[in-house]
Design a protein around this ligand. Structure first.
Ligand code: 13P
Length: 243
């Protein structure tokens, strides 16, 4: 069971250090892995605070190259250098706002793994896809096209995040989550990747986390808004149990 916290473009050094200090006092259940994804400028300071705890740290994106003339970008090896073990790739906010394609995402996944990072690859359909009955096709195409041929499945997790559930307060129902997770599980099994964890993300809160995490097809949650608040993330972590 993975509890992943995507802080997106939020927090200051002070609020972030307070939050991780709080999280570090909580002993996570055995078999539950906590991972935080702070914005780039906070990574080095946070690494100093979480080193030696059970909390792992990751970046929210990386470039396809490890270094070079790419103003404003951050490479996977730079993330590794400041203590990251993970990186989120293909979040819907990057796919939509930065027009990231599956090809670009696959190249980023390859770069991240070659720098030694584990990858949390995000996939999910829009409201429009869902209304058109295209959710399965869209998600399966994202999976097939965003994974490079030489993927190391031992350093991979998939986060199913329906775009319409992100930041809306309207999480996908258990039936919707289970249907899509089973499809993703089928794809992974057919690709010799059946041990890859599949997380759910999209309006996960203390009042729905227990039910979502109890589902057999859910190996963790990727939490946005609720991960910024010490009480909420503690409440979510308290309800977790290893799958
Ligand atoms: P919310 O939990 O705020 O809906 O965000 C989910 C998300 O995008 C995590 O990556």
């Amino acid at each position: 069971m993975i509890i992943a916290c995507n802080w997106k473009m939020n927090m200051t050094t002070e609020t972030a250090l307070d939050l991780v200090a709080d999280m570090a006092t909580q002993v996570a259940v055995t078999g539950v892995q906590r991972i935080i994804f702070p914005p780039f400028p906070l990574l080095a300071a946070i690494h100093m605070r979480v080193a030696g705890t059970d909390i792992l740290m990751g970046g929210q994106d990386c470039h396809t190259e490890q270094k070079g003339a790419f103003t404003g970008d951050v490479s996977a090896s730079m993330l590794s250098d400041v203590g990251c073990k993970w990186v989120i790739i293909g979040h819907s906010e990057r796919r939509q706002l930065h027009h990231e394609t599956n090809d670009l995402i696959a190249a980023k996944v390859a770069a991240a793994q070659s720098a030694g990072l584990s990858v949390m690859l995000c996939v999910g359909e829009t409201e429009q896809d869902r209304r058109a009955g295209a959710s399965d096709a869209v998600v399966l195409d994202m999976l097939a096209s965003s994974l490079p041929a030489d993927i190391d499945p031992t350093r991979l997790a998939i986060a199913y995040e329906p775009v319409w559930a992100i930041g809306t307060g309207q999480n996908a129902s258990e039936a919707e989550i289970s249907a899509m997770h089973n499809r993703i599980g089928g794809f992974l099994a057919a690709s010799n990747m059946k041990h890859v964890p599949v997380l759910y993300g999209g309006s996960v809160k203390p009042d729905n986390a227990a039910a979502i995490m109890a589902m057999a097809s859910v190996d963790g949650v990727l939490v946005g808004g609720a991960s910024l608040d010490a009480h909420s993330i503690k409440a979510i972590t308290d309800q977790s149990a290893p799958n």
